[in-house]
Design a protein around this ligand. Sequence first.
Ligand code: AMP
Length: 214
Amino acid sequence: MKLMLLGPPGAGKGTQAKRLEDAYNIIQLSTGDMLRAEVASGSDLGKEAKEVMESGALVSDELVIGIISSRIDQDDCQKGFILDGFPRTTPQAEALDVMFADKGMTLDSVIEMKVDDDAMVERITGRYTCSECGAGYHDSFQKPKVDGTCDKCGGTEFTRRADDNAETVRSRLEAYHEQTAPIILYYGDKGVLKSIDGMAGIDEVTAQLKEVIG
Ligand code: AMP
């Protein structure tokens, strides 16, 4: 099964993709996570992407298309995946079509998570992850059961993304509306787009996703 989640930063794509991984035994492909791993490793690609990411702008189409194309050739992707954060521009969506055609793959569902922009700044600036296992938390909406201890692995170290600050979030939302929102029409015109209410609670959003995925 090949799924794609669309929506602005903070819509819950990553949170839900992790839940869909378990539900459908497929893997999350987040270009943001892949780029952050490159930045952390200090690779040339990471060096190229770091500043752009910290400004809230999009890195070049060429760079992310290259990353995703080689990633979906790997063995663990053959049973299926959830695209999270890719494509983000019309040229990326067009390149994905070519990639899928070349590899004989088809997309099962493209799902737009509809949210209010105003709520995204609070969602994003309050989020953090366990440094050990990557589990996601939020200062207001999803606290660990025991303060300072990860529910999943017991880890006590947490990290916040460098671009999850109010100023950068606004640039990221702007980039979304200017460069990414048009691809919703692209998939709408193809007749493969489904929409769900991303403002609902986390469990309710998962239930809606499972319903539209079928
Ligand atoms: P995300 O984790 O999806 O919010 O992505 C974090 C940052 O990585 C974005 O603000 C962009 O700078 C960069 N990025 C991630 N995916 C893409 C993409 N498909 N195209 C361009 N830039 C991307």
